[in-house]
Design a protein around this ligand. Structure first.
Ligand SMILES: [Zn+2]
Length: 376
């Protein structure tokens, strides 16, 4: 089958993250079994009790803690939701050399290219184990990959993680961390502010601190990134109940994207120090911090054999990205990861998402070359 035909089959299967991905996993199991790859499921239930499955298809013996996969091709099976009025969402449609459909670019195009690459290789001639890793729930916090990294069921030497990069190799990515902060106050009639304490004024002071912390973080530079430092954002804020009442509570989100050389906790320490300072000035200052996400970044040496190989195969220098990927979880499994795939990240997550046919086909070629070079 051509990558395009495989992609049409994959797009037909609705695999929005809120649903179970069992149907697309069954499809992938059949395709991998036909290639004489062994498959193993790593399933879990999400917080709503829905079954989610990571599927690992591999060329070696049974998987165990002693298994050393030489190269893993990694693609996530889930997609973001689609507008029900978009008639092409589950029906791959070609126009002007572009293939439209939900997931065509993020990341079913890469999965189709990976299957096609492996189909065109005689697996019997491979000396080192190859694996295809299909993950769940990437779009809602990399949960499938995190589950797999936590189980740590085998080791991986090199991994190619599929994400739309227009076929540019990505050798490093920033992490992603999130905290929700609740500042407490005491409600009172606004005509008598001395009778209460405004949570909004308190939150404003703390956010002022955060803006200074954002400045301070600029001094810890990692030149490979744009921007070359950890960034902060207070993206959402809610506080108070009425214009003439001192706010009893103010909540806001703090998001930061740490450079991979800086631990995610660095910003949390700075936040806690800022809170302590507020408490010294205002002993009544009460604030809760729920740090609920700390995804690390990843970084692979530019001299890595995998990076060199992909730079040569694509004719493009490797780069870095400021968004989160499964690269970090693949690094946790022991590998040197690189992120690459057909399609443009700016086209992903939109109605009218597409992947160019030429990029899809050349991705299959590049992956085939990588498997031959690294596992041959
Ligand atoms: Zn993706």
């Amino acid at each position: 089958m051509t990558p395009q035909e495989t992609l049409a089959e994959l797009v037909k299967i609705d695999s929005v993250s809120s649903r179970s991905n069992a149907e697309i996993v069954e499809f992938l199991e059949r395709r991998c079994a036909a290639l004489n790859l062994k498959t193993q499921r790593f399933a879990y239930r999400d917080e709503l009790g829905v079954e989610k499955i990571n599927l690992v298809a591999h060329s070696g013996a049974e998987l165990s803690n002693d298994t050393n996969i030489e190269l893993a091709l990694v693609g996530h099976t889930d997609t973001v939701p689609y507008d029900p009025n978009w008639s092409e969402a589950l029906n791959l449609t070609e126009r002007d050399g572009k293939l439209y459909g939900r997931g065509s670019c993020d990341t079913k195009g890469f999965i189709a290219a990976a299957l096609s690459a492996v189909e065109n290789i005689d697996l019997k001639i491979l000396n080192k184990p190859l694996a295809l890793i299909f993950t769940a729930d990437e779009e809602i916090g990399l949960r499938g990959a995190k589950h797999l990294a936590q189980l740590n069921p085998f080791r991986v030497r090199y991994s190619i993680v599929g994400e739309p990069t227009s076929l540019q190799p990505i050798r490093a990515g920033k992490g992603y961390s999130l905290a929700e902060i609740v500042v407490k106050g005491r409600e009172a009639h606004s005509a008598y502010p001395a009778l209460g304490a405004s949570a909004v004024f308190r939150a404003a002071r703390l956010i002022n601190h955060l803006e200074r912390i954002a400045e301070q973080l600029k001094s810890d530079q990692h030149e490979a990134f744009d921007p070359p430092f950890t960034t902060l954002n207070v993206g959402v804020i809610h506080g108070g109940s009425a214009k003439n009442v001192l706010a009893g509570e103010c909540r806001f989100t703090l998001e930061w994207r740490p450079i991979p050389t800086q631990p995610s906790e660095r910003v949390l320490h700075l936040l806690n120090a800022a809170i302590k300072e507020e408490q010294r000035a205002d002993p009544d200052f009460v604030c809760e911090v729920d740090a609920n996400r700390a995804d690390s970044g990843f970084e692979t040496d530019p001299e890595s054999r995998l990076i060199q190989l992909l730079e040569n195969a694509t004719g493009r220098k490797s780069a870095t990205v400021a968004f989160g990927t499964e690269g970090a979880q693949m690094q946790a499994l022991g590998s040197e990861p690189v992120v690459i795939g057909p399609g443009d990240i700016r086209e992903a997550h939109r109605t009218g998402e597409f992947v160019p046919v030429r990029e899809l086909e050349s991705c299959a070629e590049i992956l085939r070359h990588a498997v031959r070079e690294l596992c041959g």
